[in-house]
Design a protein around this ligand. Structure first.
Ligand code: ZN
Length: 259
């Protein structure tokens, strides 16, 4: 089953076709729908932002919840920080409970909303050292703002990750941050074992690659293999959507490895 929240990536480097959602497919158990969009993906994981939810420039923004603690995977493009917080409320949680924002990489469609979300919630920001300068506004060419015609609002990275893997917690939910360079030098994936299975947030695992962003094809290929080896049951991608179960996740990742 493939959850079609596919969107055309607007990063300028790839040409992903838009397609409509198909609410007939996907894990209906433990999932909630709105207008064909799956908002509760599985227990503890919600979609709270994205091209069809908040703004076309947004990546998919995922919320992890455990015992009232909230963690956000990416922050959208910057036009929609308030809308994302409202979506958190609509999902049944208090945005004030947001303690952690993980930025998967330095592109504006993922980190543009971080500064405003931090201002409103006081959450800490975690990102990889490899993209820290760009996220903090010290390497403006790398945030891809020109591709979107948007102005980037920098944010401080409170907890830079330097290791290949790092464990963090959202309540009692353990999550692993995995350094997956290739799309950008400091790209990270987030994964964890939830009651509904292993969930991998592999934002922009599809690429694209661009010299301006410090992309590296060899590293990207190696990172794809690492994500494949996780054998995730559910994949939340930054632009393509949500895939489940495991064979669909594997097929999607393999499609980039072997064309
Ligand atoms: Zn990107």
């Amino acid at each position: 089953m493939e959850l079609l929240i596919k969107e055309g990536c607007r990063c300028g480097g790839c040409r992903i076709p838009r397609s409509r959602l198909d609410p007939r497919s996907g894990p209906k158990k433990n999932s909630t729908f709105e207008g064909g969009l799956i908002l509760k993906i599985t227990e503890g994981v919600h979609l709270v932002g994205g091209p069809e939810l908040t703004a076309p420039e947004d990546c998919n923004v995922y919320l992890v919840e455990n015992s009232g603690s909230l963690l956000l995977v990416d922050a959208g493009c910057g036009l929609t920080a308030v809308a994302i917080l409202e979506r958190i409320k609509k999902a049944g949680f208090e945005p004030e409970g947001l303690k952690t924002l993980v930025l998967t990489h330095a592109h504006i469609d993922h980190c543009g909303g971080a500064a405003e979300i931090v201002r409103r919630t006081g959450c800490r920001v975690i990102a990889h050292r490899g993209d820290q300068n760009a996220i903090e506004g010290k390497d403006s060419g790398k945030v891809a703002a020109d591709f979107y015609g948007l102005e980037y609002n920098p944010v401080t990275v409170d907890q830079p990750v330097e290791s290949k893997e790092a464990k963090i917690f959202c309540g009692e939910q353990e999550l692993v941050l995995l350094h997956i360079p290739g799309h950008t030098p400091g790209s990270i994936a987030v994964w964890g074992d939830f009651p509904g299975g292993r969930v991998l947030f592999g934002q922009d695992l599809h690429g694209p690659l661009h010299p301006q962003w410090g992309s590296d094809r060899k590293q990207w290929t190696s990172s794809l293999r690492e994500m494949l080896s996780l054998k995730a049951d559910i994949l939340g991608e930054g632009h393509f959507g949500i895939y489940a179960p495991a064979p669909k996740v594997e097929g999607f990742i393999r499609s980039f490895l072997y064309g």
